[in-house]
Design a protein around this ligand. Structure first.
Ligand code: NCD
Length: 352
């Protein structure tokens, strides 16, 4: 069978079964999509992240963390623009003592000479112990993991740092970590209404986050977007299958009133084929000070960033605005994830 056919068969199976196929000795090995996580792994990761950030508060602690993975090397293959995801992964690696190398522009790699991305990935794996990817193609990380860890001999974990319009599982992790910290005294994730705003058709963050929140009891969703940018049928089907209530609306006011969490996202116009989103007026989906009276006292306001005008800067000083915390939480939860992938999380329990 041709390589591409074998891949296609495997991909269909992985997606339809939603199985954590990329595991090793019963623990996650590759991090490719949100569906791989369950409640217990999430709470384990939150605990590891809390522990790492507590240890990092002192110079002695920072030195201890730097020893944990200083025998490892990581490659960041980020050929789609990134600020926070790249920086937080890079710094998460450095906190743990991992040496890093990076490619951020495909035109500087041999792909420009006609090398296939699969061959490039296999080449990186010769030099490093972890590969983190961001790519404009859906399923890219999964394919890389398949090339290395199903087909190949040298097994190197792959983390998906964003794959096209499809998934962004580590953004969802940091969002979950942020929500967990915010709602610790308010019943955690369960029983809450989550309002997702923006270009939900092409935004991968909401897709991944919805799948993680759906693990918890009595959650409900409101998807707020222009009609032509509503959340994908696959996510709607996913929620219907689990009997999780949700509504679709193009009214920002209706959607945010009484919600427990608001998650705003930007227009993903880099995926336009014909500048089509220029014709849509997004201004009625922008959160401004005038909306604040509609919000619940403990409602949290989130955004994966980068932001344009989705949340006006006047809201930044509101204690319910958590987007800057999200960015910092991303570094700690990614450090926790990497430590967990290498099976060394026990060592932070030993630190006194
Ligand atoms: C998001 C992404 O790349 O999907 N950014 C991020 O990683 N924080 C959201 C976006 O670009 O709009």
């Amino acid at each position: 069978m041709h390589l591409a056919d074998t891949w296609h068969q495997f991909h269909t199976q992985a997606i339809t079964n939603k199985l954590p196929l990329f595991t090793h000795h019963n623990r996650l090995f590759d991090i490719l999509y949100a569906q791989q996580f369950d409640q217990s792994t999430l709470s384990q990761l939150f605990t590891i992240a809390d522990r790492i950030r507590a240890i990092a508060k002192t110079e002695r602690g920072m030195r201890y963390l730097k020893e944990l993975l200083n025998d490892k090397r990581a490659m960041l293959f980020f050929v789609q623009p990134s600020t926070r995801t790249f920086m937080s992964f890079l710094n998460a690696c450095h906190i743990l003592g991992i040496q890093t190398s990076e490619i951020r522009d495909a035109s500087t790699s041999s792909e420009i000479k006609g090398e296939s991305p699969e061959d490039s990935i296999r080449t990186f794996s010769s030099y490093v112990d972890l590969i983190i990817t961001r790519h404009h193609d859906e399923g890219f990380a999964e394919k890389a993991a398949w090339v290395l860890n199903v087909q190949g001999k040298r097994k190197v974990p792959v983390i998906n740092g964003g794959s096209g319009k499809d998934q962004h599982p580590t953004q969802a992790l940091l969002d979950m970590y942020t929500i967990n910290r915010a709602f610790k005294d308010h019943g955690a994730f369960s029983g809450k209404t989550y309002a997702m705003i923006g270009d939900l058709k092409r935004g991968r963050t909401v897709r991944s986050l919805t799948q993680l929140l759906a693990l918890y009891k009595d959650v409900s969703f409101r998807f707020i977007s222009p009609k032509e940018y509503t959340i994908g049928q696959d996510i709607q089907q996913f929620l219907n299958d689990r009997k999780i209530p949700f509504t679709l609306t193009d009214s920002l006011e209706k959607g945010i009133k009484g919600a427990d969490a608001i998650y705003a996202t930007r227009l993903q116009d880099e995926y336009d084929v014909n500048n089509e989103s220029k014709h849509t007026d997004f201004s009625s989906f922008h959160l401004t000070e005038k909306h604040l009276p509609l919000l619940k006292e403990h409602c949290i306001i989130m955004h994966p960033f980068p932001r344009r005008n989705e949340i006006s800067i006047e809201i930044d000083k509101d204690p319910r605005a958590l987007y800057w915390k999200q960015a910092r939480n991303g570094m700690w939860i990614r450090a926790a994830l990497i430590l967990y992938l290498f099976g060394r999380e026990d060592r932070i329990a030993l630190y006194t």
